[in-house]
Unconditional design. Structure first.
Length: 253
């Protein structure tokens, strides 16, 4: 009886196996190379900036984690709200309760807004941005504005501008000021400009850095406006990064 024979793989089958292994190895190598690609992250202390290189995967994981935490916080803060105005009031109350002005003897850490929430204090612009980010995650279009009273240097007020339908509402969490009429409804910024007595009434006669509060709104139409809320969210930020990578000239402009 002849001995049993073993079937050897065909040459074409061996080539396919080799090609598949090479492709898998190449893919793994490419993924590792991209994940460990050095990228730059920046942070500031007392408005002095420094840069640090970290691997791309670390920056990606940190960003995704912050995005998820901010979504959860916005959901928890606005839980039980009966309407959109109630959502904004709950966010405003949370910020004014949990985020204090930075004490004079501590350094100003200029990093991610989530870290401001964790520390529980921040500079004027950071407090406004905390409100803006939470409101943005709650479904509102929000910008941060720097109001400068005419005739004064290095004096400013940082507020959040919330666009809702055709109206724009102003929130000043740093000074605990929100603008509402006699019925408790939010007052549009254009109505505030036409009726400065509403500003004075809501501010209760506040003097900020030696300037009456309502004077800050005299230059509101020329205010410097910043919009970084969408850049905190995962998918809008990913789209932004891809657009900048594909068109560096546009991204740097």
């Amino acid at each position: 009886m002849p001995p049993p024979t073993t079937k050897t793989p065909s040459l074409s089958g061996a080539r396919r196996t080799l090609l598949r292994n090479v492709l898998v190895l190449g893919l793994v190598t490419a993924v590792v190379a991209i994940a460990t690609w050095p990228v730059t992250t920046r942070s500031g202390v007392n408005y002095v900036w420094s840069s640090q290189q970290i691997p791309l995967y670390e920056k990606f994981v940190d960003f995704l984690s912050r995005d998820l935490q901010l979504r959860r916080m916005a959901h928890e803060v606005t839980a039980g709200a009966v309407n959109r105005q109630d959502k904004l009031l709950r966010i405003f109350t949370w910020v004014t309760t949990h985020i204090r002005p930075a004490p004079p003897d501590v350094p100003i850490m200029d990093d991610h807004v989530l870290h401001v929430m964790i520390r529980g204090y921040g500079a004027d612009d950071q407090i406004a941005e905390v409100f803006a980010v939470l409101a943005g995650y709650a479904g509102f279009h929000v910008r941060v504005a720097r109001l400068e009273p005419p005739g004064h240097r290095n004096v400013f007020l940082m507020v959040a501008l919330v666009e809702d339908s055709a109206d724009t509402y102003v929130f000043d969490p740093r000074n605990h000021v929100v603008f509402r009429d006699e019925h408790g409804r939010f007052v549009d910024v254009n109505q505030l400009i036409r009726n400065p007595e509403l500003i004075a009434a809501s501010a209760s006669g506040r003097i900020v850095r030696g300037v009456p509060y309502e004077q800050y709104f005299l230059g509101v139409q020329d205010a410097k406006v910043f919009s970084r809320v969408e850049a905190q969210k995962f998918w809008p930020r990913l789209k932004q990064e891809l657009e900048q990578a594909l068109n560096p000239r546009h991204g740097s402009g």
